[in-house]
Design a protein around this ligand. Structure first.
Ligand code: CUA
Length: 310
């Protein structure tokens, strides 16, 4: 939340965000005013027309045509305004401009993968250019997820076996939170990402740099961070969902089934790609087999990174 947000609304940082907010506030304020009028009238009538004498018989009343017409016509007009306005915003939210820049989004337990038109794949950090409509073509490789960027006021379910999409145009550079808003398993709450909005030039430079030509341990540290491995695996010895990475390299592992193995390159590779193959004793079989898209280079990097965590 930045300087434009308030206690119950985050910043409005996309071209459609203020329209969504205006509609929301219109509904909120008309409802609040009508609620207040109804309550005030109720209290007033209760006092004004209270029974003053046990023998009192109230006079029959005759309806006011004007009053009845008013409370039929005014709410009808209000509802029609909300419908037309809401429909317009809905259509706009669901019609990406034809020149939109397309990024493919894959939801997996428990991270987001973003693929750019040049083939670059990154996890959890989506860089986008400012002032350009961006269309996200989204699907899931496992269960239902939901992609939500509060600052942009866009949210859509991400489904297996089907594409869904949303679009936005960011209005200011900065970092904005991405949430998964569909309960999708153990680390649902850790399925977080960031949109990083950059100028056209910064974005182009970033996209160019996304080669995997880094020293292996650095590349591995990036992969570890981007793919949120730290949600389940600590690097400082703390026990979380899965075993810590600290001191893993070269250590003897005790498995649930009584077997053992030394944590070498092949053990780590197998544990990433096929996590259920050997379960370390006292830990649950909780890691999804969703990391098959890691390149050989990224796996080498992870192994090199784990070697540094003595
Ligand atoms: Cu993915 Cu919740």
């Amino acid at each position: 939340m930045g300087e434009n947000g308030n206690v119950w609304m985050p910043d409005a940082m996309s071209t459609v965000a203020s329209e969504v907010d205006s509609l929301f506030y219109f509904v909120l304020w008309t409802s609040t005013i009508i609620f207040a009028l109804v309550i005030l009238a109720k209290v007033y009538f209760a006092v004004r027309f209270r029974r003053r004498d046990p023998a009192e018989v109230p006079q029959p009343i005759h309806e006011s045509k004007l009053l009845e017409t008013a409370w039929i016509v005014i709410p009808t007009i209000l509802v029609l305004i909300v419908f037309t306005w809401g429909f317009k915003v809905f259509v706009k939210l669901n019609s990406p401009p034809p020149d939109a820049y397309q990024i493919t989004v894959r939801g997996k337990q428990w991270f987001w993968e973003f693929q750019y038109p040049n083939g670059t794949v990154v996890a959890n950090e989506m860089h986008v250019p400012i002032g350009q409509p961006v269309k996200l073509l989204m699907s899931s490789e496992d269960v239902l997820h939901s992609f939500f960027i509060p600052d942009f006021r866009v949210k859509h379910d991400v489904l297996p076996n089907r594409y869904t999409s949303l679009w936005f145009e960011a209005t200011a550079p900065g970092e904005y939170q991405i949430y998964c808003t569909e309960y999708c398993g153990t680390s649902h709450s850790g399925m977080l990402g960031k949109v990083i909005v950059q100028t056209e030039e910064e974005f182009a430079a970033w996209l160019n740099e996304q080669s995997q030509d880094l020293p292996p341990a650095e590349l591995g540290a990036n992969v570890f961070r981007q793919y949120n491995c730290g949600v389940c695996h600590s690097v400082d010895g703390t026990r979380i969902v899965g075993p810590t990475m600290k001191g893993l390299w070269g250590a003897e592992r005790q498995f649930e089934d009584g077997g053992t193995a030394v944590a070498d390159e092949n053990y780590i590779r197998e544990s990433v790609l096929n996590p259920g193959a050997h379960i370390v004793a006292t830990y649950p079989n909780a890691m999804p087999a969703t990391f098959g898209s890691l390149s050989a280079k990224q796996l080498d990097g992870l192994i090199a990174f784990i070697q540094t965590l003595e």
